[in-house]
Design a protein around this ligand. Structure first.
Ligand code: AMP
Ligand code: GLY
Length: 423
């Protein structure tokens, strides 16, 4: 089976590794790829949002299945274009991908179908939004750009003054471009975050293992929000009781809500949850695999990813087993110094051959050397019987790797271990 994966980050590298374990014999192509994926699949020089390019390439090369992973091509309708051309594609269509593409859509959906989430108001006018903030008495408050913003369109403002500045940046100064022309202003929830990625074909829903992301740049959850600096699975806050509540109040209702709106969701649905006093609330939906969550979820997945993808497309996921191994997994992101702000690229990375379980994110092959080519450079992963074991192993591997100005958090999984001990 010829499979084309769209995207070129750590998540896609993890997906390629899992696809290669399928009992189906595969030939894998990846657009636009990176230096690690290059070693395991054929790189295709097409951008991840180049819909015509992907359709034409798939047609010309008799691709049997296209796996569309990043948010932007999904929201732009790449799956619709492929299906219209008669090419099988995994991922939600444009009508369903709006669950991530518009935060206002997602909030209104949850309100309409009584799915637990933070209280909110939405605005397309700066002055009305500013009036709302001026009347608000409880801070922090959360301001979110409606559209996609590379995970950076969320501002948590600790005071009225900060909130008004953030709002102005978003709505009048175009800090997030078009995405910020409409905003959601949301109540701040206190609790522990859990990510749950689930396969769904619109008829059934099968979650992968829960995980805990670490979004801030520095130890102790300090510094700016990033795309994610590390992740562990399973998440100790996601107890059986919480899982039952999430299934009953969030996962199934979301699936039914999307069907009812004529937006059947088929693909990987990502639930970003906040657990407040044992009760799960939705912080965000993503219409795709999370990054870096995928890097810990797929190694723990007992199931054949090719079979799962095909069963979702053919709406027979019910028949296909999706189980999670009884083990733990950790992924520590090694980033370029300065990320998520300014950073340099092109630094040579050494030590990669000395360890396994390295997922490439922002890397490139230049003159025979593997060099940094992005903010998040590598995901160093490990699987072990215990969470502590997985964390130790990941950090051990990092000691072998080096490049100028490399930065990583030293406390990935620390909070999860503390919670585990307290239970
Ligand atoms: P999002 O892109 O919506 O996931 O938001 C990014 C991050 O901001 C989340 O992972 C949370 O850490 C935080 N966040 C978003 N919404 C809220 C909220 N209502 N209350 C508290 N934290 C939030
Ligand atoms: N790790 C968060 C995301 O993929 O959006």
């Amino acid at each position: 089976m010829k499979i084309l994966v769209i995207g070129g980050g750590g998540r896609e590298h993890a997906i390629v590794k899992k696809l290669k374990q399928s009992k189906t014999q595969t030939e894998i192509f990846v657009a636009p790829s990176n230096a690690g994926i290059n070693e395991e699949a054929t790189s295709v020089n097409i951008g991840a949002t180049d819909i015509d390019g992907v359709v034409n390439y798939s047609r010309e090369n008799n691709i049997d299945l296209v796996v569309v992973t990043p948010d932007d091509p999904l929201v732009l309708g790449m799956v619709d274009a492929l299906e219209n051309a008669g090419i099988r594609a995994y991922g939600p269509n444009k009508a369903a991908a709006i669950i991530e593409g518009s935060k206002i859509f997602a909030k209104d959906l949850m309100k309409k179908y009584n799915i637990p989430t933070a209280g909110y108001a939405s605005f397309n006018n700066h002055d009305e939004a500013a009036d709302y903030i001026k009347c608000h008495t409880k801070f922090p408050i959360v301001i979110k750009a409606d559209g996609l913003a590379l995970g950076k369109g969320v501002i948590i403002a600790n005071s009225k003054g900060d909130a008004l500045v953030a709002l102005k940046d978003m709505m009048l100064k175009n800090a997030f471009g078009e995405s910020g022309q409409q905003v959601v202003i949301e109540d701040f929830l206190t609790g522990v975050e859990v990510s749950v990625l689930a396969f769904t074909d619109g008829k059934t829903i099968k979650p992968m293992v829960s995980s805990m992301d670490h979004k801030r740049a520095f130890d102790g959850d300090k510094g700016l929000n990033t795309g994610g600096m590390g992740v562990v699975a399973p998440n100790p806050c996601y107890t059986e009781e919480v899982e039952r509540k999430a299934m009953e109040r969030i996962f199934w209702p979301t699936l039914h809500a999307m069907n009812n709106e004529g937006r059947k969701f088929k693909g990987t649905l990502y639930f970003g949850l906040m657990i407040c006093d044992g009760e799960p609330y939705v912080i965000e939906y993503n219409c795709r695999f999370g990054d870096p969550e995928t890097q810990v979820c797929l190694p723990l997945l007992e199931g054949d990813l090719v079979d799962i993808f095909l069963s979702v497309i053919e709406e027979r996921l019910e028949e296909v087993p999706v189980h999670n191994k009884n083990a733990s997994s950790a992924c520590v992101i090694v980033a370029s110094g300065g990320y998520p702000q300014n950073y340099e690229k092109g630094k040579e990375i050494t030590g990669l051959n000395e360890v396994d379980g390295i997922i490439h994110a922002g890397t490139a092959l230049v003159d025979g050397k593997i060099v940094t080519n992005g903010g998040r450079v590598l995901g160093v992963t490990a699987v072990a019987e215990s969470l502590q074991g997985a964390i130790n192993e990941a950090y051990n591997k990092i000691t072998k790797i080096n490049f100028e100005d490399m930065h990583y958090r030293t406390d990935i999984g620390k909070k999860a271990l503390e919670i585990k001990e307290a239970n």
